[in-house]
Design a protein around this ligand. Structure first.
Ligand code: BG6
Length: 477
């Protein structure tokens, strides 16, 4: 790579989420959130899809978010380690229920606000920019119980109040914001993405797309408010990305791949271009979906378009219409895909495709013509600690090295990228499975799937590698 690949000021760092790192699930006045009802094991997937029987944690189940990796009490130690790696940015989310324990309290919870003030101060002390996701997979449970969460229009204004409370409080500390994490996950994990719980016989698509409309309006309101309240900030959307390849050059397969991508682009088309795309309107009509919109909604969507496109990239996807090919399903970031015979897979069956990152970045940039921010990428793998206390995670270095190189190539292609925050710079709870053994970090956390361990932090081999990458601004891979 040439010396000019990564621009000056490129935001190297890592990304975490409140519910996967903080723990302290009832401390400081926090209310229960959706994720606090997601146990490890088989039930997790069922609940994540919106099949939930009770709104209380059940006896005998293990809920990994309750303690997570205890970032709530250890953030100073963890941030010092991020600073040691030379981080320029840390992406983290705020837990809505720390600020409004019931989601619609008359006044915000000062202890919750103070906690994030302290975290931001600690980051800024080291020159690390906070990049804040306003909602990352957790809705105050009280809103789910009383209003049915995002299926209810009320959530739009409650979210606006929550977002403006954050802008007001943190306007001098936070200059990079994001509204909803992986907003397209609402379609695949409706309880995780939007707190949706279904009753038998309900038209799930109707409810999901209605909830999507509410989130899109809420996102636009937050964007507008951010522009007004913090004019020198940038606020973006966040897509679980990864281009869908066509399995063959059969036009049916090509069309299928395009449609699979559009399922996801639907959200970003609205957030970035400010209006519902024609293919979505056709989909609503052909599926008899009746999306209730209030007067002024369409104008709001136009007025509240994002400044940048944040996205996660773990893998590309592949689509086919051939029933035989469709039998070869493999894992992926929540929604699986069919096997791509040209690519290898991780221990969890996720396809490994560095060039796909370059392709995806180009695809998104061509489509939206806005700066991109790669806010998640990484390899979930099992790590072994040697008797000497070392973790030699060469497989992770290999994965990241190739992806960073691919990102550099995308920049050379002319794609504007603000930064790269790899997922889980410190090991944390897996969103998909609830496991701890699916590790992404440069920093090892001594904790297992059942919650045993000292929570001690250890630097892995990749720690030093990433430190050098950052110090050389991506030149030394
Ligand atoms: C994304 C999420 O889906 O992928 C994260 O934004 C998540 O919250 C990450 O942790 C990796 O997925 P998993 O299932 O391996 O944790």
């Amino acid at each position: 790579m040439t010396k000019t690949t990564f621009p000056e000021g490129f935001l190297w760092g890592g990304a975490i989420a409140a519910n996967q790192a903080e723990g302290a699930y009832l401390e400081g006045g926090k209310g229960l959130t959706t994720v606090d009802l997601l146990p490890t094991g088989k039930k997790r997937w069922e609940i994540a899809q919106g099949n939930l029987e009770s709104f209380q944690p059940e006896e005998g189940e293990f809920y990994p978010s309750h303690e997570a990796i205890d970032f709530y009490h250890r953030y100073k130690e963890d941030i010092a380690l991020f600073a040691k790696m030379g981080f320029k940015a840390l992406r983290l989310s705020i837990s809505w229920a720390r600020i409004f324990p019931n989601g619609d309290d008359a006044t915000p919870n000062e202890a919750g606000l103070k906690f994030y003030d302290d975290v931001f101060d600690e980051l800024l002390k080291y020159g690390i920019q906070p990049v804040v996701t306003i909602a990352h997979f957790d809705v105050p449970l009280s809103l789910v119980e009383r209003y049915g969460s995002w299926r209810n229009r009320r959530l739009v204004n409650l979210f606006e109040t929550y977002a403006t409370t954050l802008f007001k409080r943190y306007k001098d500390k936070v200059k990079y914001w994001m509204t909803f994490n992986e907003i397209n996950m609402l379609l695949h994990l409706p309880f995780v993405g939007a707190g949706l719980v279904f009753k038998e016989g309900e038209d799930k698509n109707q409810i999901k797309y209605q909830a999507a409309h509410h989130q899109l309006v809420a996102s636009a309101l937050a964007v507008k408010a951010c522009h007004e309240m913090i004019p020198d900030a940038m606020i973006g959307c966040m897509l679980a990305a990864g281009q869908t390849y066509s399995y063959t050059c059969n036009p049916d397969d090509v069309f299928e791949a395009m449609n699979k991508d559009r399922e996801n682009f639907f959200f970003i088309d609205v957030q970035s271009r400010g209006k519902y795309p024609g293919y979505a309107l056709r989909f609503f009509e052909e599926n008899q979906l009746d999306i209730q919109m209030e007067e002024g909604d369409l104008e709001l969507l136009e007025e509240g378009t994002v400044d940048y496109i944040g996205f996660s990239y773990y893998a590309s996807r592949t689509a086919s219409t051939d029933p035989e090919v469709l039998k070869n399903v493999t894992g992926g970031n929540v929604f699986g895909s069919i096997e791509n015979p040209y690519l290898e897979k991780s221990d969890w069956g996720w396809t490994i495709d560095p060039k796909g990152l370059r392709i995806t970045a180009n695809q998104l940039h061509d489509r939206y013509q806005k700066p991109l921010f790669i806010v998640e990428n990484g390899l979930g793998a099992v790590d072994e600690v040697t008797p000497e206390g070392e973790i030699n995670d060469d497989y992770r270095i290999d994965y990241l090295k190739k992806h960073v190189a691919a990102m550099g190539e995308a920049i050379k292609d002319g794609v504007e990228i603000l930064g790269y925050t790899s997922w889980g710079p410190i090991d944390l709870v897996s969103a998909g499975t609830g496991e701890m053994k699916k590790r992404y970090g440069y920093i090892y956390v001594d904790r297992d799937n059942q919650g045993n361990g000292t929570l001690k932090r250890l630097e892995k081999k990749s720690f030093k590698w990433y430190k050098d990458v950052i110090a050389s601004n991506g030149e030394q891979l």
